[in-house]
Design a protein around this ligand. Structure first.
Ligand SMILES: NC(=O)c1ccc[n+]([C@@H]2O[C@H](COP(=O)([O-])OP(=O)(O)OC[C@H]3O[C@@H](n4cnc5c(N)ncnc54)[C@H](OP(=O)(O)O)[C@@H]3O)[C@@H](O)[C@H]2O)c1
Length: 428
């Protein structure tokens, strides 16, 4: 058998420990598939003495991951430290500059520095792979870059943050409000102590930024994304949406439109019977649409030790096989600066108003919508004990600017008792 591929592993936390386990437990199948043994040569973390539940005694130790990345006895560096800059970025740069292949699970770093790192890797003739950075164990990057390489991708969308989907499905199941479910999720370890990256939509947006680049041949443009989280989703809207046949999901959607690149992460209504509408708990789902392949739906665990380490090692096996291609599927220099679409394309919308319960009010709302060219598909008034009635409206497809104009007029009416809720209904 050929020479082993020697790995330098920077980071021994959740994902790093999983990588050690796979290398140790699946050595034979890794070697058979890669055509050469895959071995860990050296490791790095902050604490050398911490018991991580795996045998690390046979590996060389480096306190500094940059020193690990530069070791002569390492062919490929895996970075599972995390963080946009700091030691992760320093490790990436050192590895690539030293001519080592580089595999990472770090969406935060690639969302900011993906273009520069891809250019550097290509210039050095080394691989940069990041399957684990998007949707954990689901091989979505590979599907886009390899399996669907013959297609013009028309849309990429999905639920790519398990924490948010868990919170939304628990709110629906228990009827408990957001804050209470978030606290329970933190106790169960499904949400971080500081959950803002997850619930604020940032984590899902970083993943979508990477997928959009791979899908549309555009530069990674995290700054150009519309990013909205689930913090303001109320149990009332979850329940009203259900009555209308929808569920609320934190959806990431990327499309290359004639107006430019549309990339957004926001809570949307999706039909309850659609694949995304049936998604429960922490599971992720990604939908890829190609002009010849049609719609591909993939779901599975989007995080966790095993799935994320599996995705990392899938990339490692590819590199061991000699599969080296540009990180985003085409040369980084050829990735285009797509203009930003600005507003999202037309859609139907769910609106909830808290309105004075007296004659003529609904006619005024309909008139305000009509004056902006927004027509009503369905309207219903919810049950209410007092003088304020919840009114739910599903619009026909309309542009967001027209809808915003109408809603801002309605907000100023004396019959409107609270800030209206506007949620997009995504065609899925
Ligand atoms: N966890 C998941 O399910 C998951 C899923 C997808 C992607 N990811 C991504 O994978 C990466 C790692 O996540 P994780 O959950 O495994 O993180 P983690 O459990 O916090 O582990 C981070 C590791 O990095 C080490 N580290 C931190 N600073 C270091 C430094 N200066 N030098 C050397 N080592 C250092 C830590 O060392 P000590 O252990 O000694 O403190 C720890 O072993 C992140 O980019 C994350 O976004 C994670």
């Amino acid at each position: 058998m050929s020479e082993p591929l020697r790995l330098g592993l920077a980071g021994l936390g959740t994902v790093g420990t999983g990588i050690v386990r796979i290398v140790q437990e699946n050595a034979a199948c890794l070697a058979a598939r890669a055509g050469r043994p895959i071995e860990i040569g050296a490791i790095s973390a902050r604490s050398r003495s911490r018991d991580r539940g795996v045998d690390l005694s046979r590996y060389a130790w480096e306190d500094d991951p940059v020193a690990l990345a530069r070791r002569d006895d390492i062919d490929l560096v895996i970075e599972v430290i995390g963080g946009e800059d700091g030691p992760a970025k320093a490790t990436a740069t050192a590895a690539i500059n030293a001519g080592k292949h580089f595999v990472t699970a770090n969406k935060a770093m690639l969302a900011r520095h993906g273009q520069a790192l891809a250019e550097a890797a290509e210039a050095r003739g080394v691989a940069l792979r990041f399957e684990a950075a998007v949707a954990g164990g689901i091989p979505v990057v590979k599907s886009l870059i390899e399996g669907l390489a013959a297609n013009r991708i028309t849309r990429v969308m999905g639920v790519m943050n398990g924490t948010c989907n868990y919170i939304l499905t628990e709110m629906e199941r228990t009827g408990a409000p957001y804050a209470q479910v978030l606290e329970a999720a933190q106790k169960l370890g499904y949400a971080e102590a500081d959950p803002s990256f997850d619930v604020g939509g940032v984590d899902a947006a970083q993943k979508l930024a990477l997928l959009a680049a791979a899908a549309f041949g555009t530069r990674v443009d995290y700054e150009g994304m519309t990013v909205e989280g689930i913090e303001r989703v109320s149990i009332a809207d979850i329940e009203h949406a259900a009555e209308l046949g929808y569920r609320i999901k934190l959806l990431g959607v990327a499309r290359l439109t004639p107006r430019g690149l549309e990339t957004r992460t926001q809570p949307c209504l999706v039909p309850s019977t659609s694949p995304i509408g049936t998604l429960e708990g922490v599971t992720n789902m990604v939908v890829l649409e190609g002009d010849f392949a049609g719609r591909i739906v993939m779901s599975g665990p989007g995080a966790g030790e095993g799935p994320t380490a599996s995705a990392i090692m899938g990339d490692v096996v590819d590199i061991a096989r000699g599969l080296i291609f540009p990180p985003f599927g085409q040369p980084a220099a050829s990735l285009c600066h797509a203009p930003r679409a600005g507003t999202s394309g037309e859609a139907a919308y769910y609106l909830r108003f808290a309105l004075a319960d007296r004659p003529g009010v609904l006619a005024r709302i309909a008139a305000a919508l009509g004056e902006s060219g927004v027509s009503i598909d369905r309207m219903r008034q919810g049950a209410h004990p007092g003088t304020t009635a919840p009114v739910l409206i599903v619009t026909h497809r309309c542009g967001r600017p027209a809808l915003d104009r109408a809603v801002s007029v309605i907000e100023t009416l004396d019959v409107c008792h609270d800030v209206p809720v506007v949620l997009r209904i995504e065609d899925v």
